[in-house]
Design a binder for this molecule. Structure first.
Ligand code: PEP
Length: 251
């Protein structure tokens, strides 16, 4: 069976309509020649979703939101419902990113409600999990922490369509400016644990991607020396040429 490789990026609160178009044009050129066993996804800020969905129609680029609520509509100022994302044509949604957990107080239970709601309206979900620096060197604690994040987030999900769910292992200590890029040995075991736990919870094969300071240098080993099915790339994928180089070098 062909092993599908996943490469994605979350733009966070970055880019304008103009720089978004430059990115999608460059990535679209790569995708026109891309082998069928690759999947690329991008999560722009909400207001850029219609433009990007329109500009990339037919390319195969998976375009998603960076968050959603768990309720369909109502008095939730500033929130966006999974139903609306589905109706405007978004393909998936990122849930549980470490910044949402830390800066906006999202709990495992909230993320579980969001995952359930998004999957039920037919959106794909990229679910982020990961431990922080305080437990990283304690394998048993890290293992039970990751198990708990997964079991709560996936505790009430419906039957999945193929490729509807992706789990992103993003250790908090490895994410963002100032973080040390991880050594492969530091994340390989956790990826195995996650593979095992996800296989016990979900019947469908769920791809697992690694994210956190992925670079041109460490991308190949993070992909080929672990059980990861792909890479989730943050700041180094804002430049489309670098995003494409990281993909090509890692494969
Ligand atoms: C992230 O924050 O999800 C991420 C992967 O960022 P970076 O690659 O910049 O560490």
């Amino acid at each position: 069976m062909t092993r599908i490789r996943w490469f994605g990026t979350n733009w966070k609160m970055n880019k304008s309509p103009q720089t978004a178009r430059e990115w999608t044009t460059a990535v679209g050129t790569y995708m026109a020649e891309m082998p069928a066993d690759q999947r690329l996804f991008v999560m722009p800020p909400y207001p850029l979703l219609p433009q990007i969905l329109q500009d990339t129609k037919g390319t195969g680029l998976i375009v998603g939101a960076q968050n959603c609520h768990w309720v369909t509509s109502g008095a939730f100022t500033g929130e966006v419902s999974p139903q609306l994302l589905k109706e405007i044509g978004a393909h998936n949604v990122l849930l549980g990113h470490a910044e949402r957990r830390k800066q906006f107080g999202e709990t495992d239970e909230m993320i579980g409600r969001k995952a359930s709601a998004a999957l039920r309206v037919g959106l794909g979900v990229v679910l982020c999990i990961g431990e922080d620096a305080s437990i990283k060197d304690d394998p048993a604690t890290t293992r039970s922490f990751l198990e708990k994040q997964l079991s709560i987030a996936l505790g009430d999900i419906p039957a999945l369509a193929p490729e509807q769910l992706v789990v992103a292992y993003e250790p908090v200590w490895a994410i963002g400016v100032g973080a040390d890029p991880p050594a492969v040995y530091e994340v390989a075991e956790q990826l195995r644990v996650i593979r095992h736990v996800v296989d016990q919870i979900v019947n469908e094969h769920v791809p697992i991607v690694y994210g956190g300071s992925v670079t041109l240098e460490n991308g190949p080993s993070l992909l080929t020396e672990t059980v990861a099915d792909g890479l989730f790339i943050g700041r180094h994928a804002l430049d489309p040429a670098m995003f494409i180089r990281i993909i090509q070098t890692a494969l």
